[in-house]
Write a protein that binds this ligand. Structure first.
Ligand code: ZN
Length: 132
């Protein structure tokens, strides 16, 4: 990836970092105001749960953004941490905080997918195959 492109992505990442931090601050405030009216109310605990879920996703993205900005400083940005190859430009444009090339990401998701597959209902696997 060209230095000019990296610079543009850096600005994009810094903006996203800023927006993500503001988003998290708002969520914290919401959580605190829920605490303020703390009761045993199940509606409140439910909405706190969804707040927590949303904030933990954002926190993960924030960590990735910060890691990507750090890699831009030390010059390892755009290199897949899985295989050491360069990550495709189009992929970096779309997902500037990614640490993996498409191939490694695919392998990773396969692993995660395998562990999650027990949660998805098995859909009519009535395709019985008869050999010979
Ligand atoms: Zn890779």
């Amino acid at each position: 990836m060209k230095q000019g492109d990296v610079e543009r992505l850096r600005q994009k990442l810094e903006l996203q970092r800023h927006e993500t931090r503001q988003f998290l601050r708002r969520l914290d405030e919401q959580a605190q105001s829920l605490d303020a009216e703390a009761t045993q109310d199940s509606v409140i605990s439910l909405s706190k749960e969804s707040l927590f879920e949303r904030s933990s996703q954002r926190r993960t993205v924030l960590r990735l953004i910060e890691a990507a900005l750090k890699r831009m400083v030390d010059g390892s940005f755009g290199i897949c941490v899985g295989c050491g190859e360069e990550i495709q430009d189009e992929r970096l444009q779309a997902l500037p905080w990614t640490q993996f090339c498409l191939r490694c990401q695919g392998q990773l998701e396969e692993k995660i997918g395998a562990s999650l597959s027990t949660r998805t209902p098995i859909q009519a696997t009535a395709t019985s195959r008869r050999a010979g």
